[in-house]
Design a protein around this ligand. Structure first.
Ligand code: ZN
Length: 68
């Protein structure tokens, strides 16, 4: 399944990157400004931030390539 920002907000904002990856999920960042959806590379995020990083942290620190 695909985990969009909406899904994460509604269901479990404390999910970690590891839990998402183990569940076979994709993480897609959706910009609140323009609505553009950007798929994020879970493995790359884990390498950079660590597997126990919460999705909420990632989404707070992700910039939309369209609006940046
Ligand atoms: Zn945007």
């Amino acid at each position: 399944m695909v985990a969009t920002m909406d899904w994460i907000t509604q269901h479990n904002h404390s999910l970690t990157l590891r839990e998402l990856l183990e569940g076979g999920n994709e993480l897609i960042y959706q910009c609140s400004e323009c609505g553009r959806k950007t798929p994020l590379d879970l493995r790359e995020l884990i390498q950079r931030h660590g597997a126990e990083t919460r999705v909420a942290y990632i989404t707070r620190n992700t910039q939309c390539p369209n609006c940046a």
